[in-house]
Ligand binder design. Structure first.
Ligand SMILES: Cc1cc2nc3c(=O)[nH]c(=O)nc-3n(C[C@H](O)[C@H](O)[C@H](O)COP(=O)(O)OP(=O)(O)OC[C@H]3O[C@@H](n4cnc5c(N)ncnc54)[C@H](O)[C@@H]3O)c2cc1C
Length: 509
């Protein structure tokens, strides 16, 4: 019997025959994420463990037969993170239980395969929230994916990234022993998992944003906040299409409204125009669209405080912008005064920006920059896109940003990319251009998240890591994964001796 067949039999004995498969139709179903530039990739087998102990046994068997593994949550990755050519795809979505919601000490313990939608709605019923509510794909994306991708999403303006609400994890190391460890306060076997720092160095960080390359996270301890009862949403359109003003206004909002801001999201003018063009029920009066739209959500513990925040926002915005309503472009849009927070909003708002020109699918990237660099980077990116125009797949459009998000401190996230048809002929071309654009972003100092395969490799290609850093990274990985079995290919790591420098690309710009 081949080693794959042997491993299959042994894993089947652990998880039961209903939760392992090597059937072609199942391999096909698991062969893609939401990433059109990648070809289909078929795992040798797909396994759906139910417990940490089962994950640990799978890891031991993978080590015995030296078969590589890739963890998978919701599979909503956009950069080839949770698929594998050959090997074992470990689907964690059966591990979806809430183990504890501690309403007095404000933390919860959940299995990593639970979706954001499921966790957030159960917390909401108790008047609790995780603050950052996960990615735009949160109806199906899991907490484990959010931690592994250092996800930013709804609520990130106030609460930061998903790792910022993480107090520790339970993780199965990909070593021959399938070692299970806990990090954060939980590393002290006498302590509740109520805080992250202090017991030891912050080993939780080792598994945050690792795109599933350092361990398989099975449980997580997350911060909780009491739900803030009063929320309001306002929109403003800038008088001019001016990124300098976008930066200045973001800066003022951050400085003067501070914790009152739940989310600040800027929709560039070109996107507003594209969205206006796509609307089915258009108003008869032609809208006057002159600049980007600021979408500002504020929250407060008291209605009077909310009023003060709204006044403050208005005061900041009034000189350079006018109040805007989406009804100006779409008869069916709700007025901001009638806006009410609902959980669906957290996960629906983003989808239309990810793929603004259906039926094409976007080769999108999200990356962070300091807000003061925004005007310069907007300009440079437009120049880059102009230069690459001839390389774009036919009929595609490239956008510096489809949305810009404000984060805590002075960072923002730019979500942008280009769109490509989901067809074989365009894949390679799209992939090359995508890597090139990513290298360009890395070299202007952009810091990405959801690195998956495409982005983690592009960082290496851009020669961003020093050799000392890469050696440290590999040494850490070797400690947890001596047989190099977990998520190969990410970061252009193929073995510990592999010469990554052959992937460094010197682009002209
Ligand atoms: C419409 C749409 C909107 C999106 N919006 C956002 C957004 O706002 N912000 C954002 O950050 N991303 C966004 N994404 C990208 C992606 O959906 C998120 O990053 C999400 O957090 C991925 O979660 P997932 O459970 O689907 O992970 P998967 O796709 O299953 O996996 C993602 C990565 O994490 C690893 N992984 C998953 N679970 C584990 C685990 N338990 N242990 C170890 N490694 C693991 C995988 O190997 C893979 O590398 C969006 C995608 C779409 C399609």
């Amino acid at each position: 019997m081949s080693k794959v067949k042997n491993a299959y039999k042994e894993i089947e004995n652990i998880v039961g025959s209903d939760f392992i498969t090597d059937k072609d139709f199942m391999k096909a179903a698991y062969s893609r994420n939401v990433d059109p530039a990648f070809p289909d990739r078929w795992a040798d087998m797909i396994v759906r463990p139910e417990s940490t102990e089962e994950v640990s046994e799978i890891v031991k068997i993978a080590n015995k037969y030296k078969i590589h593994m890739v963890p998978r949550g919701g599979g909503a990755d956009l950069v080839g993170g949770s698929v594998t050519e050959g090997g074992i795809l470990v689907d964690l979505t059966r591990m979806n239980k809430i183990i504890e919601i501690n309403e007095t000490d404000f933390y919860c313990v959940v299995e990593c395969g639970i979706t954001w939608g499921s966790l957030i709605s159960q917390l909401h019923d108790k008047g609790l929230t995780t603050g950052v509510l996960g990615p735009g794909s949160g109806f199906s994306a899991t907490i484990g994916g959010g931690l592994s991708n250092s996800t930013a999403g709804f609520g990130s303006t106030k609460y930061g990234l998903v790792p910022d609400i993480c107090l520790g994890v339970e993780v199965v190391l990909p070593n021959p022993q399938g070692t299970i460890i806990k990090t954060g306060a939980a590393a002290n076997k006498y302590a509740k998992p109520f805080c992250r720092y202090g017991v030891a160095p912050d080993f939780t960080g080792l598994f945050m944003g690792d795109v599933g390359s350092m361990g398989i996270k099975t449980k997580v301890f997350l911060k909780l906040y009491p739900e803030t009862p009063f929320k309001a949403q306002r929109y403003y359109m800038l008088h001019k299409n001016d990124y300098n003003k976008v930066y200045e206004l973001m800066y003022k909002l951050r400085k003067e409204v501070r914790d009152g801001l739940h989310d600040v999201l800027v929709v560039p003018l070109i996107v507003v125009q594209l969205l206006a063009g796509m609307v089915e029920n258009k108003p008869t009066k032609r809208p006057r669209l002159k600049g980007p739209v600021f979408s500002i959500m504020v929250e407060a513990i008291d209605e009077r405080i909310l009023e003060i925040y709204l006044e403050k926002v208005d005061e900041i915005m009034k000189e350079d912008a006018r109040p805007f309503e989406w009804q100006e472009v779409d008869n069916e849009a709700r007025l901001s005064k009638d806006w009410k927070f609902e959980l669906k909003y957290a996960y629906n708002y983003f989808n239309k920006y990810i793929s603004i020109a259906p039926p094409k699918i976007s080769c999108t990237t999200c990356h962070k920059i300091p807000i003061s660099d925004l005007p310069k980077i907007a300009q440079q990116s437009a120049e880059f896109d102009n230069k690459q125009r001839s390389e774009l797949p036919l009929g595609s459009i490239s956008l510096f940003a489809s949305v810009i998000f404000l984060l805590p401190n002075g960072n923002c996230v730019i979500v942008g990319g280009f769109n490509a048809d989901n067809v074989d002929e365009q894949r390679e071309k799209s992939m090359q251009l995508w890597h090139k654009k990513l290298r360009y972003q890395v070299r202007y100092g952009g810091v990405h998240y959801w690195l998956g395969e495409t982005i983690s490799q592009s960082i290496v290609e851009a020669d961003a890591y020093t050799p000392e850093f890469l050696k440290f990274f590999k040494d850490m990985k070797k400690t947890v994964d001596p047989n190099f079995l977990l998520s190969p290919k990410k970061f252009h790591m193929y073995s510990y001796d592999y010469d990554y420098t052959k992937h460094i690309v010197k682009d002209e710009e």
